[in-house]
Write a protein that binds this ligand. Structure first.
Ligand SMILES: [Mn+2]
Length: 289
């Protein structure tokens, strides 16, 4: 159990806050190693090992109004959890604040889709997996189906995935047939992340939500995930993605950390990713997307 109940530097009340963190310790459709239910506590704990100053962004988070709402305690069927996330996100968006959700399994991102459609926003994934199955183990609201659900709700032009390097024959066929836009980790390696991002940014609307599945990173950077996959993105690549998108970001989630697999560097990296998201948004205030 966590000693620290809130994310570091989350000292504001909900009313004062511009950024609102909440945890979703949900771990039910996981197919390989479980453990993501322990991630929000591990990420919060790890956040206290980091300085409040985020050097390369030039931001001190101690001066940024951040609130941590705690966890959504919903452990029922996926549709009930997704509904609870949807309710929470609608509230935060409705209050003009910036949500950062800590997973939990990737399924929680399905709770963002309706709100994103209403805002005409796009969804950018960082993920090793295509997550493009029609259903998985009989469940349509599964971590293995997130991109497919996103495409159904948001439409082709508003969903992009970066770092993909794992798919079934069936899902890559469906992705190609439907025209799902994804960039593999090989694309990033060959072209460089900057070139990939320039192409992505041209096609994105002014509002973007970023969903970071930590398994999008290479297992050497983020070993503590439920389903590690070799040949991944670097921590620098992910930082560039965050900062390139930041003038357009409306919210983000960081999912699939699994402290049972590794509970030292991965939660720290996840906490750093949260710090980078918040400080990137603060440092690009006023920039035209
Ligand atoms: Mn994944």
């Amino acid at each position: 159990m966590s000693i620290h109940q809130t994310f570091a530097d989350a000292r504001s009340t909900y009313g004062e806050a511009r950024f609102v963190i909440f945890g979703v310790p949900y771990d039910r459709t996981t197919s390989y190693r479980p453990g993501t239910r322990f991630a929000p506590a591990a990420i919060r704990e790890a956040s206290h090992s980091l300085e409040s100053t985020v050097p390369f962004a030039g931001v001190d988070l101690a001066e940024v109004p951040i609130h941590d709402m705690g966890d959504i305690g919903e452990f029922g069927p996926p549709a009930v959890m997704v509904g609870a996330v949807e309710f929470t996100l609608s509230k935060i968006f409705g209050d003009g604040k910036f949500p950062v959700a800590l997973g939990g399994e990737h399924t929680l991102t399905c709770g963002a889709l309706r709100a994103l459609r209403e805002m005409d926003a796009a969804l950018v994934f960082v993920d090793a997996h295509m997550d493009f199955r029609e259903e998985y183990l009989g469940e349509k609201l599964s971590h293995a189906c997130v991109a497919r659900r996103a495409l159904e709700v948001l439409g082709l032009s508003k969903v992009v995935s970066i770092g993909v390097r794992s798919w079934s024959a069936e899902e890559v066929k469906a992705a190609r047939d439907l025209g799902f836009r994804f960039y593999t980790s090989m694309d990033v390696r060959r072209r460089g992340i900057g070139d990939v991002l320039r192409e992505i940014l041209k096609a994105l609307p002014p509002r973007v939500y970023l969903s970071i599945d930590m398994d999008g990173l290479d297992p050497s950077h983020a070993p503590g995930v439920g389903t590690p996959e070799p040949y991944g993105l670097s921590d620098w690549d992910v930082r560039e993605i965050i900062h390139a998108l930041s003038p357009r970001l409306v919210g983000a989630d960081v999912v699939e950390v699994s402290p049972l697999a590794e509970n030292h560097v991965t939660p720290v990296l996840a906490a750093k990713v949260v710090q980078e998201v918040i400080s990137a948004v603060v440092s690009t205030d006023g920039e035209v997307p």
